[in-house]
Design a protein around this ligand. Structure first.
Ligand code: ZN
Length: 309
């Protein structure tokens, strides 16, 4: 069992995956490309300082250039629904999936509303998650917790506390297995099993899922959509799982804030993982975001979606 530990992260990404995310011409709004490539690059190379991610010279612009896989996109460019069958000649990258299935794969909310969503992955544990809840409670801030089924089973009272205090819950798989290495059946089991666990604890199945590492393949996204689920990643990565200091976590977030942002942090980690930076950064981040006029909301509120499926 592992959370987003550094060694676990570094082990699962191949250089090929990073290259596929850096294909030219695939640009999406709000530094999404930067966020995704930076995230994956950092995971396996550790060569980029998290606070030195270069800002784009120009304001990022949506450029829906033709996909490198025209065979797939030709007939159904604008995809309001998921096709029943589709060939899998070429794997689509995350930015390509985002462009093809904008309704089912979300990274952020409207850039017309001064709202931001804080998200916390990999919990609940009984060490950091309660402390994060304490901070959120103190500041009257509602956040979203993408939880693991195995940890929900182990910490049912904390799951209930999350819900009772007005936060939203999303499904982050059962035990954080890597979606890139799963069969369809294994992928489905990871999420359906966790839905049932959460349903028993909170009385409903969450509408939102977040795959481990934000990694998702087209068939997996289609399965989620067919089952009434929305996949939600992020467009600001605190990189807190690297056991960064509070000031580094604050910088990674505050240097990239914008309307509609979804911020990734963690409320639990591996057994020896130190998330004290996350915890210390949280009051500072909340105060600064509020000072900048942002309202902190749950992901369902940000995306105007129900919490339950
Ligand atoms: Zn995770």
């Amino acid at each position: 069992m592992s959370g987003c530990s550094q060694t676990y992260h570094s082990a699962i990404h191949s250089p090929n995956q990073v290259q596929t995310l850096e294909q030219p011409g695939i640009q999406t709004p709000y530094k999404i490309s930067n966020g995704l490539t930076g995230f994956l690059q950092d995971e396996w190379t550790f060569s980029v300082s998290p606070t030195t991610v270069p800002k784009p010279a120009k304001k990022p612009v949506l450029k829906p250039k033709p996909s490198p896989a025209p065979r797939i996109t030709q007939k159904k460019k604008k995809e309001p629904s998921i096709p029943a069958q589709q060939s899998q000649q070429k794997k689509l990258t995350l930015p390509q999936l985002r462009l093809k299935y904008p309704q089912f794969f979300r990274l952020n909310g409207s850039n017309h509303e001064s709202k931001i969503a804080l998200t916390f992955d990999d919990g609940p544990d009984n060490k950091y998650t309660p402390q994060i809840l304490d901070v959120l409670q103190k500041y009257h801030v509602k956040a979203t917790f993408f939880v693991l089924g195995i940890r929900a089973q182990a910490n049912p009272s904390i799951i209930r506390r999350i819900v009772n205090e007005g936060h939203a819950i999303g499904n982050h798989s059962y035990d954080h297995a890597n979606p890139a290495k799963m069969t369809e059946a294994q992928f489905e089991k990871q999420f359906t099993q966790t839905q049932l666990i959460l349903d028993k604890l909170i009385g409903y199945e969450p509408k939102l899922i977040r795959t481990p590492y934000g990694a998702i393949q087209e068939n997996q996204l289609k399965w989620a959509a067919k089952n009434g689920l929305i996949a939600v990643n992020w467009d600001i990565d605190s990189l807190d799982w690297k056991e960064l200091s509070d000031s580094q976590v604050v910088a990674n977030i505050m240097e990239h804030t914008h309307k509609g942002a979804i911020i990734l942090q963690h409320s639990a980690g591996g057994d020896s993982q130190d998330l004290s930076g996350t915890l210390k950064a949280l009051p500072i981040v909340i105060e600064q975001l509020k000072k900048q006029g942002f309202k902190l909301v749950t992901v369902p509120e940000l995306l105007h979606l129900p919490v339950a499926k």
